[in-house]
Structure formats: C-alpha cells, structure tokens
Design a protein. Structure first.
Length: 365
C-alpha cells in the first residue's frame, strides 16, 4: 500500500515537471550566463576575514576545520568555480563541470555561513546538484526525471518551511499584527531605492492582513500544486515570480537567481527556436562572450577585487543594480511562465476535444 502510494506521488511529480531534453540544454545556457553576468560566485573576500568572526554551525565542514583556511584558498576556489561554471554553460563535459562548480559552492558556502547566517544562495547549490543528476537533459530519461523531481520537491519544501514559520505569527485576525509591516520597517534603508514602499504606510490594515494570509497560503501550497498536475504546477510557478516582484517593489527584497531558476520547469525549446547555422553562430558568440566575462572575473579576483556583478560598482550601486535585475528577471519569467501555462491549457483542451470525438455516440433506441 505504501509502495503504491509513493509510486503514485512520484508519478504525479514527474508528470508535472517533465520538459523536453532540449529545453534543459537551453536552460543551462540561460542559468549559467545569468550567474556569470549577474550573480558570479565571489568568496575571495573570505581570505581577508579575521578569525574572530569564525562561528560555524556545529554540523558543518567549517566546524571540523576549526578556522578559516589561509589565503589565497578562497581566491583559488573562486577561480576554479568560475572556470567550471563557464565550461558547464558552453557545454564542455557538462556533468563533470557541474559537479566541480557545485563542490566549490559547497566548500565556500560552508565557510561563508560561519558568520552566523545561512543565505538563500543555497538555491544555486540545489539547482546545480539536481542538474548534475539530470545532466541538463543529456542523461537517461530516468535520471532526468529524478533530477527534475528532486528539484521540484526541494523548492516546495523550502517554501513550506518558510510558510510554516510565518503561519505561527502571520495567520491571525488581529489587525494590529502585520507580517508585512514587520518586514517593511526594518528594511527601509534611506539609501535604498524606494519604489512602492512610500504607499505602504497608508494601506488599510485589512488589506495588509489579506496580503499576510495570501503570502502564507502561497508558500504552503507548493506540494498541492505539484501533485495536482501540469496546469496547477505552472499556475503556482506563475505566482512565485509575481510574489518576488511584489517583494522587490515594496520591501527591496530580491530573489532574481531563484526566479531565473524557475525557468527549468517550462518548455524553453518552444521559445528559443534557432536551428542549424543560426544556432551554431549563436552558441559560438555566446561562448566567446562568456569566456570574456569569466576572464574579467578571474583577473579582478587575482588582483584582490571582484564583485558578483560583472560591472562591479559601489555598495549602493550594486543594491540598485540588484533591484533592477530582479524586476527585469521577474517580469521576463512571468511572461515566459504565462506563455507556457497557456500552451498547457490549450494542449489539455485539445486532448479533451480529441477524447470527446473518439467517444462513441449513443445509439438512439
């Protein structure tokens, strides 16, 4: 009985998350290029971190090591990770390069989290890990399904954990308690861009309470959408970047990397339709540009500098750039997911029409 139930669950998950193998190859280019241009790994600064800040979690590699490794350890790991990420993106030994990039993220992150905060950048590790299993669509159908299913479950679990924690405080009928406002006021940095933030204080309390309930419901409903089928899953995926866009505009909370990661679950092959000579030229141009970007990152890190963003800049400029990138990413992903959702609805309608026509007509008595 349990085996049958589990088989049904995984079958439903596979049904909801299946995309063409070529789509995962396109996603590799999109995700890798995004990381190298807008969210390149930058842990070289840890080489200059005083040991007084070392406070790792007990169950971590950093705790076993006992201190920050001596320089230039993190600079070297950064360079290896960047080169692996570039090679992975352009298609050179994709699984090996994905695993290499993943390991460098894991090693660097465990020391980065030794300052007392676990960042949401773990999403990069999850995507790389699951795509190493699927080999970006080049693995066997079973391995591809396993990688996609594992990533979907991980995302749903992450939102579920966040939703359960919020539910303890946000799900109350007391209009004097607002989860949105509890995040709003501490984040109102005077130097940060204020887009829709000035409109929040005048918002009716009942509307803020509806927003509290909606946010928690969205975070708790991932598994239900995943098990309900392709249309429900894509509907939930459409809500996610909309939610992130609202967070960016109102709270200056950005999740552009996670938003771009949602594209793994839609059919990108239906959007990027280049073939033959045009496809070869596009790949060549993309590879040249990414090699140039990677070279810039390597040179700046060797010189003792560096940045997540390819253009660099001051802290204030990077905050503004992150918000702009987040807005653009959210709007783009919303459009692409909406297109995929409409295609799924049309396909479901066509299947129903075909089934109705194949059904024998009742014979008149």
């Amino acid at each position: 009985m349990v085996d049958r139930a589990l088989s049904w669950v995984w079958w439903r998950i596979e049904t909801s998350t299946t995309v063409p193998a070529r789509s995962l190859g396109i996603f590799r280019w999109v995700f890798g290029a995004y990381l190298l241009v807008f969210d390149a790994r930058w842990f070289a600064w840890l080489d200059r971190t005083p040991d007084a800040f070392f406070d790792p979690p007990v169950f971590s590699l950093a705790y076993l090591v006992g201190r920050f490794p001596p320089p230039p350890f993190f600079t070297v790991v950064d360079i290896v990770g960047l080169l692996a990420l570039c090679a992975m993106t352009v298609g050179y030994r994709t699984r090996a390069m994905t695993v290499t990039a993943l390991l460098t993220y894991l090693v660097s992150s465990t020391f980065n989290y030794s300052h007392g905060k676990v960042s949401h950048q773990i999403a990069i590790v999850l995507i790389l890990g699951c795509m190493a299993v699927a080999d970006w669509g080049k693995g066997s159908p079973r391995r591809v399904a396993q990688g996609m299913s594992l990533l979907a479950v991980s995302i749903c679990f992450g939102f579920l954990a966040a939703g359960v924690d919020k539910a303890r405080f946000w799900l109350t009928t007391d209009l004097g308690v607002s989860g949105i406002l509890s995040w709003y006021y501490p984040r109102m940095d005077l130097d940060a861009p204020r887009l829709l933030a000035p409109f929040v204080p005048g918002t009716p309390l009942w509307l803020l309470k509806i927003a509290d309930f909606s946010a928690v419901l969205m975070e708790l409903s991932g598994f239900a959408a995943l098990l309900s089928g392709r249309i429900a899953w894509r509907t939930w995926l459409l809500v996610l970047p909309t939610f992130h866009l609202a967070n960016t505009l109102i709270l200056n909370i950005t999740f552009p990397t996670q938003v771009v990661g949602y594209l793994v679950f839609i059919d990108l092959a239906a959007v990027f339709v280049l073939k033959g000579e045009r496809l070869r030229r596009a790949r060549t141009l993309g590879a040249v540009l990414l090699i140039a970007v990677t070279s810039w990152h390597v040179v700046t890190r060797v010189a003792g500098g560096g940045s997540f963003h390819v253009l660099g800049g001051s802290a204030a400029q990077l905050v503004t750039a992150d918000i702009v990138v987040s807005i653009c990413a959210c709007l783009t992903v919303i459009a692409l997911v909406a297109r995929d959702l409409l295609a799924e609805v049309a396909a479901a309608r066509a299947r129903r029409t075909t089934a109705d026509r194949a059904r024998p007509s009742p014979v008149a008595s």
